[in-house]
Design a protein around this ligand. Structure first.
Ligand code: GLN
Length: 191
């Protein structure tokens, strides 16, 4: 199995460190050619406007959906989740629009309103998952095909639609690799 990490901006190193710890081959993706042989791609957090514009510049806005149609799985954290959403309130960056969710950018407030919390994730079981929210988006609506895996204050913060996985928070910043392992399970499930 080979996992790519979109490496145009954002916290790329942290995701790669977890993948390496899990013993998975990983590759930085900057250009469409880097997607060759990639079974799953992580879109890291950062600034969705910046990442979206760079995706367009490098042709990844077309290459990524094309690979998803061929079976590549996608996991978007925070800004990555915004890029995967079909609709975004609060200013739309260039987006992939692959997942049937609506997000509201910066819905938890400004940088100083960033926070950490413990989330109950029924598919993981105990203990709760430590989750870091940094100027995070919230998921406002989710289509019928979207499975909500965890919520905070009644709003989904971890969700899956087939081979697409998103989280409002940054699992790569906490010492818990269960979300990454879950993503690997999603990939293994139907390959
Ligand atoms: N606020 C950022 C955005 O709207 C996302 C922040 C993050 O990825 N931590 O793109």
């Amino acid at each position: 199995m080979k996992i790519g990490v979109l490496a145009v901006q954002g916290d790329v190193i942290e995701h790669r460190a977890i993948l390496r710890r899990l013993g998975v081959a990983d590759v930085e993706v900057r250009l469409p050619g880097d997607l060759a042989g990639v079974d799953g791609l992580i879109l890291p957090g950062g600034e969705s406007t910046t990442i979206g514009k760079l995706m367009v510049r490098y042709g990844l806005d077309r290459a990524i959906p094309e690979q998803v149609r061929r079976g590549m799985a996608l996991y978007g954290t925070c800004a990555g989740m915004i890029l995967m959403a079909r609709r975004a309130a609060g200013g739309e960056p260039p987006m992939l629009r692959l997942m049937d969710i609506t997000v509201i950018r910066n819905a938890y407030g400004r940088q100083v309103d960033s926070f950490e919390t413990d989330l109950d994730v029924p598919v993981f079981g105990p203990p709760p998952l430590r989750a870091v929210f940094i100027r995070a988006p919230v998921m406002d609506q989710a289509g019928p095909g979207v499975e909500v895996l965890a919520s905070l204050d009644g709003r989904p913060v971890l969700a899956r639609e087939g081979r697409l996985l998103v989280s409002s928070f940054h699992p790569e910043l906490a010492p818990d690799d269960r979300v990454h392992r879950y993503f690997l399970d999603v990939i293994r499930a139907d390959t």
